[in-house]
Design a protein around this ligand. Sequence first.
Ligand code: ZN
Ligand code: ZN
Length: 140
Amino acid sequence: MPYSAEPWLTQLQENGYRLTNARRAVVEIIEASCYARTPVEVYDLARAQYPALGLVTVYRTLEKLEELHLVQRVHQPAGCQAFISASKGHQHLLLCRECGQAIFFEGDDLKPLIKNLSKKSGYQIQEHWLQLFGVCKNCK
Ligand SMILES: [Zn+2]
Ligand SMILES: [Zn+2]
């Protein structure tokens, strides 16, 4: 199996980020996860690999990954602390509010809505952001 975190680690290095084992552990956890994870959750998971990990390192590494658009924030009613691997291209996120499992989907049917709203409001609408919430198969 190819080591899937490698491109992320390479990109971090190319951007002047020194790769310590602690940072590596954080990258591996978030890169491989299909669940939205808060920094504290990443911390708990990554400590299994690297017990000396500090929470500050988790925050800083996630911030750096966000800067490089490798992870994105997930928006949740209680705040926007959780992260997930960033989507590739224009995709939307479907999120389980119980366990945080997340999938990206393509396609949206917003054209009629945008057209109407544009007419009503006088705005020239240029972009949209869409995230759906629900309960996944396992949590139902
Ligand atoms: Zn779930
Ligand atoms: Zn869209």
